[in-house]
Write a protein that binds this ligand. Structure first.
Ligand code: WTA
Length: 669
């Protein structure tokens, strides 16, 4: 294969801190890419001074700014009275207002030129294509809303959605929003155990799934997974099953119904009720630093405003764009930038069901040419995989419809940025490197493509209304050029409101990091600001890993491991990885009398995948006689990380309980 990528060089050793290295690797980056005059001319916001002016207004007169934006972007049934009620850390935005989120994504476009415009273009992995107009999408959503109501579903009830990336997944989310039900989308790659935990945590009444979904030519048996999950999930009364792959499934009488049968003959028109601005819209589970996933709660008006405004500005949306985001709706990126932010703008969204390398590694490029896609939003881990697969797969295709590229999910290394820029964007397309989180609901730090000069590896500048700071452990801002913790110092409309059923965890986890600054939201990320005020995100500095752009809690992996009968203790750490950003290394001590061996390693890897999902399968398992601990019994992850990275153990080890443990860990493997 010609033109094989230049992978970024392995990290220098010895390594003391992953954060420092990334800083050095990106701090050598001085290239600047200004928006072309051609792009600027057509951009929604075409100059840095225009950005600065609006940004300043947004932070100096937030009340006026947000009132105007909320009035102009959203369709209100009843106008709001107050812009913000803020009693840290609880925010209420646009109180007194009432609206319907599905109406804001669908009905508003009817009777306009968008009525017969494609809302969704779908390509299944086998190559099947469907186009659904706004009018048709409203029809689908209305019918499903009736089905929900016939099932006795009420506003506020929770609905778990466990579907492949097919149009019905979007229909299901919007039908929930339409009747005020709260969806929790669970990525189809999650195991039955993980699905069960999420269903039980929010006590979902309804589960929506499919017989299966296509992945690399094989069927992922979603319904069978649901059957397993529901063995221990008593809250679920009904399972609605979409027919996708026609694989055989078992349907339980009185519980399981087929989607196509349920909506047969129902009315096509659904009169939507209006809900409060702060009515819960969805719960999305994400990894935290303890074992149990966190149910991030987003509400209605503020979330939609954030998603809609950012989509419009960051993707410079135009009426004839065909936008492709490769994220699954099981992640926040799919919520904000496949569904809500795009449909509320009346955009055409392209979605793809399967793997990026099926049947060959040029699937994305083939689809971009086939459908004339204009914007691509994907993750650095995917970009690095494309690099590795080789330029020839790209060079077979024209890619001349593309005009804008985006990146999300993890820091993008300058090498990958340059490849994306030259090989995919043909040096013509700006790249928006967007920093945000499940919790922030919408993009927070990002270039605006017609305005912001780009520096490869930097997410650049804050979006309107966002005031980030890099601070030390006391919450004091550090000088430019110095690394520190990234905080957001003001509330923003699309912020999470709490963690479902765990408000204390919400308060402690996000707002309790800096005593005296209980109104600082702690992101869990490390960052640095350069002399121009640009932000360089380093990555997680808490016990959360970012493996191929997927968030994974070390404690989650550890609790999966210790649930195996052979395991006494486990510690999971991330190791820098050229392709995945981080790879997952686990140290395991076995129960007395259990012999270590390769077969057991394989078994443990499969066990973790079974408990959480394939994305959590450890890359490396290392057996150890004991784990290094502080005197108070805390596992010293820093040391394990150094050992995993192959570096010498440096720094203060005086708190180690057993020095011999370190020596034997290094000797192993
Ligand atoms: C990381 C995904 C650097 C970061 C939208 C954050 C990024 C976590 C970027 C959130 C970026 C996301 N540059 N790092 N452009 N975007 N991250 O909740 O560590 O799945 O805290 O949301 O991904 O991951 P989440």
């Amino acid at each position: 294969m010609g033109g094989v990528l230049q992978l970024p060089k392995p990290m220098p050793k010895p390594v003391t801190n992953v954060m420092d290295q990334t800083i050095t690797s990106v701090s050598r980056e001085h290239r600047i890419f200004r928006p072309s005059a051609e792009f600027q001319r057509q951009a929604n916001l075409g100059s840095l001074s225009a950005y600065k002016k609006l940004y300043e207004e947004s932070v100096n007169s937030p009340e006026k700014f947000w009132r105007r934006e909320a009035e102009s972007h959203l369709v209100w049934r009843k106008r709001f009275t107050d812009v913000l009620k803020w009693t840290p850390p609880h925010a209420k935005w646009f109180t007194g207002g009432r609206l319907n989120i599905a109406e804001n994504c669908l009905d508003r476009h009817l009777g306009t030129a968008r009525e017969n415009k494609a809302a969704i273009i779908f390509e299944g992995e086998p190559g099947d294509v469907r186009t659904i107009t706004y009018r048709q999408l409203l029809f689908h959503v209305s019918r499903l809303a009736h089905v929900f109501e016939n099932l006795g579903l009420n506003a506020g009830d929770r609905v778990a959605i466990y579907l492949p990336m097919v149009p019905e997944a979007i229909v299901a989310m919007l039908a929930c929003a339409r009747i005020g039900a709260v969806h929790t989308v669970v990525f189809g790659g999650f195991s039955p155990e993980a699905l069960k935990a999420r269903i039980n945590d929010c006590k979902a009444r309804l589960v929506i799934t499919a017989d299966g979904g296509w992945r690399r030519g094989k069927i992922v048996e979603l319904k069978a997974n649901v059957d397993k999950a529901l063995e221990g999930a008593p809250s679920v009364q009904t399972v609605l099953v979409l027919r996708r792959c026609r694989n055989e499934v078992s349907m339980r009488d009185g519980r399981d119904i087929w989607w196509h049968e349920a909506w047969e003959g129902g009315p096509n028109i659904h009169k939507a009720k209006a809900f409060d601005s702060e009515h819960p819209l969805f719960i999305l589970y994400t990894s935290g630093s303890t074992g149990k996933p966190k149910g991030v709660l987003h509400t209605s008006a503020g979330f939609l405003l954030g998603a809609k405004m950012t989509a419009q500005h960051v993707f410079d949306l135009k009426e004839n764009d065909r936008y492709f985001c490769s994220a699954d709706i099981g992640w926040i990126t799919g919520h904000s930038y496949v569904v809500y932010g795009l449909l509320s703008n009346g955009a055409t969204v392209f979605i793809y069901e399967g793997a990026p390398n099926h049947p060959e590694p040029d699937r994305f490029w083939r689809m971009i040419d086939r459908h004339g896609l204009t914007i691509l939003y994907t993750a650095p881990t995917a970009i690095r995989a494309f690099m590795r697969w080789g330029d020839n797969y790209v060079l077979r295709h024209r890619l001349d419809s593309l005009r804008l590229l985006g990146s999300v999910g993890e820091p993008i290394n300058p090498e990958a940025w340059m490849w994306y820029h030259t090989m995919i964007g043909k040096k013509r397309c700006p790249i928006v490197d967007t920093w945000w989180q499940t919790e922030t609901g919408a993009i927070m730090i990002t270039p605006l493509p017609g305005a912001t000069p780009l520096k490869p590896g930097s997410a650049t500048l804050p979006f309107f209304g966002v005031v980030p700071k890099v601070v030390d452990s006391l919450g004091h801002e550090v000088p430019r050029g110095t690394g520190g913790k990234l905080v957001i110092t003001r509330p923003w409309p699309s912020m999470l409101r709490t963690l479902w059923g765990e408000d204390d965890r919400y308060k402690r986890g996000y707002w309790g990091e800096f005593p005296g600054h209980e109104d600082y939201y702690f992101t869990g990320d490390g960052a640095r600001q350069d002399k121009d005020g640009y932000f360089w995100i380093v990555g997680r500095i808490d016990d959360v890993l970012n493996i191929s752009g997927h968030r994974l809690g070390t404690a989650e992996v550890e609790s999966a491991l210790v649930s195996h009968p052979a395991v006494a203790e486990a510690a999971a750490v991330g190791k820098p990885d050229d392709l995945k950003g981080q790879s997952l290394v686990v140290f395991v001590t076995l129960k007395a009398g259990i012999p270590p061996g390769d077969a057991l390693k394989e078994e443990l890897r499969a066990h973790v995948a079974g408990e959480i999902g394939a994305m959590a399968r450890p890359d490396q398992i290392r057996f150890a006689a004991g784990l290094p601990k502080t005197r108070s019994g805390k596992i010293m992850r820093r040391i394990l990380k150094e050992i995993a990275t192959g570096g010498e153990v440096r720094g203060d080890t005086t708190t180690l309980e057993d020095f011999s443990v370190v020596a034997s860990l290094q000797a192993e493997e």
